[in-house]
Design a protein around this ligand. Structure first.
Ligand code: GLV
Ligand code: GLV
Length: 323
């Protein structure tokens, strides 16, 4: 009997439990590798498949979808879907889905890891110890800034922004946030809605949690950075292009901004060379959702959406073209 399993295109290897489920239910157009495929191999793969799982590193636009006439669903293995041209996909009748919720805690935790690491110079301390340069405790070594009791500014109060704000309660922080509408705080806290410039002016730590769209590209540029306190720290675990990286480097070099914790960059995996030499910056390789649990659940959600669409049902996590 011929193999009836639907043909799936998968752009990269996913964690083992996800791979096992995929292999059980689908035939793969080709074996994926760890790295992003070339644009031509991506396009060739999408032409064969009825369903695809792609990641944030694959740019999917009208050209990529030329000839993808069998394709019914593109499951983006991420919550952000700025890598997909929704108009082009919808124009071809391809449903696009994302993986919300399951990576909210992982990303909020990583945001705090970056915030604390930047405030308390964790990476510099580790480097000093490993280099054999630690000669013993001193009262003035690697002094950082206090986090508890300070003001946290959150730009974008979606699921991840709210999860970051909830964690601030343990640090007794005042939370100011910028959002399009007020968000009810948990019973134990006060979250204060402010304009973007108020948040930038008043917060000690500023964390970005808006999606990348045409309106949020370079949302934080030279003028916005200039509003921030000289002692402030900027954290970005959302998308690199939301911050004008050249302007950020300039502010850090001139010390009009005290520090930055970055998980995302304008042109990943390229890092602005001057960021690499600034000690007041902590740089991570886009690890926001990188926990076993989140990455496995992200795969399962992609599969649930594919099953729904191939079974003629609505995709639970379809994203609408609302931009
Ligand atoms: C990761 O960056 C995501 O959007 O899931
Ligand atoms: C993602 O889950 C967000 O809405 O921030």
């Amino acid at each position: 009997m011929s193999d009836q399993r639907p043909l799936l295109y998968l752009s990269r290897l996913l964690p083992d439990p996800v791979m096992a489920k995929i292999r059980e239910r689908y035939r793969l157009v080709e074996e994926p590798g760890d790295l992003s495929p070339s644009p031509s191999s991506l396009q060739a793969g999408l032409r064969e498949a009825v369903a695809a799982i792609v990641t944030l590193s694959e740019r999917i636009d009208g050209d990529t979808l030329v000839g993808a006439s069998r394709l019914r669903i593109l499951a983006n293995y991420a919550v952000g879907y700025n890598n997909v041209d929704l108009t082009a996909a919808h124009g071809r009748g391809v449903i696009v889905t994302n993986t919300p919720d399951v990576l909210t805690d992982a990303t909020a935790d990583l945001t705090w890891a970056l915030l604390l690491a930047t405030a308390r110079r964790v990476v510099e301390g580790d480097a000093l110890v490993r280099a054999g340069g630690w000669t013993g405790w001193t009262a003035t070594q690697l002094l950082g800034v206090e986090v508890a009791g300070r003001t946290l500014g959150i730009i974008g109060m979606g699921r991840i922004g709210q999860a970051v704000a909830q964690r601030a309660a343990g640090f007794r922080m005042r939370v100011l946030y910028q959002a399009r509408r007020p968000i009810p705080p948990p019973l134990s806290g006060t979250w204060e809605l402010r304009t973007l410039s108020e948040v930038l002016r008043q917060a000690d730590f500023i964390s970005i949690h808006v999606p990348l769209t045409d309106t949020t590209r370079h949302l934080i540029g030279r003028a916005e950075l200039a509003l921030m306190r000289q002692t402030a720290v900027l954290i970005n675990t959302a998308r690199g292009p939301i911050v004008d990286e050249a302007a950020l480097v300039e502010a850090l070099q001139k010390r009009t901004l005290a520090g930055a914790g970055l998980d995302v960059y304008e042109e990943e995996p390229r890092i602005h060379p001057r960021l690499l030499v600034l000690p007041q910056v902590v740089l991570l390789p886009h690890l926001g959702s990188a926990t076993w649990s989140a990455r496995i659940q992200m795969g399962m959600i992609c599969l649930q959406n594919i099953e729904a669409v191939l079974g003629g049902r609505p995709a639970p996590n379809a994203v609408n073209d609302s931009r």
